[in-house]
Design a protein around this ligand. Sequence first.
Ligand SMILES: [Fe+2]
Ligand SMILES: [Fe+2]
Length: 156
Amino acid sequence: MAEHDELIAVLNEAISLEYTAAVQYNQHSMLVTGRDRLLFEELFQDNAKESLGHAKMWGDRIVYLGGIPKGEVNQIRQSSDITEMLEIDLEIEKRAVEVYTRAHKICKHLPTQFMLENHILDEDKDVEELQKLLGKVQVSTTSLSGTRGKSASGGR
Ligand SMILES: [Fe+2]
Ligand SMILES: [Fe+2]
């Protein structure tokens, strides 16, 4: 077994996930209709491009580590309902954090480990944005009223 085989296998899982995400986001950009289209078409398109870029970046890394990148696309999920689309996309972004974290744990090549660390942050940022769009992040109303009081008095 070559030195980085285990890592290459996990990175190939990640590439499949990125290709799947690219197709899924692209489909969502086509399926979003009504006023939601104004808000979300561009976001879905940007995310599709980003996922394709990630597949390319990690495919290049696999070749550098002596492996062959696989081009498998898994089953995509789609919907015509915007909330459901965002939920489906949140799920795939969470899986991305999971797979890159797993790759990071087994990685014995230091520069790739640094790359993975940065990349986990990128994917977690996607999770954060989707959770906020879905209203899954609780903002403390207590601190909000405190801030309002301060800024009101600060302005006088
Ligand atoms: Fe990604
Ligand atoms: Fe992502």
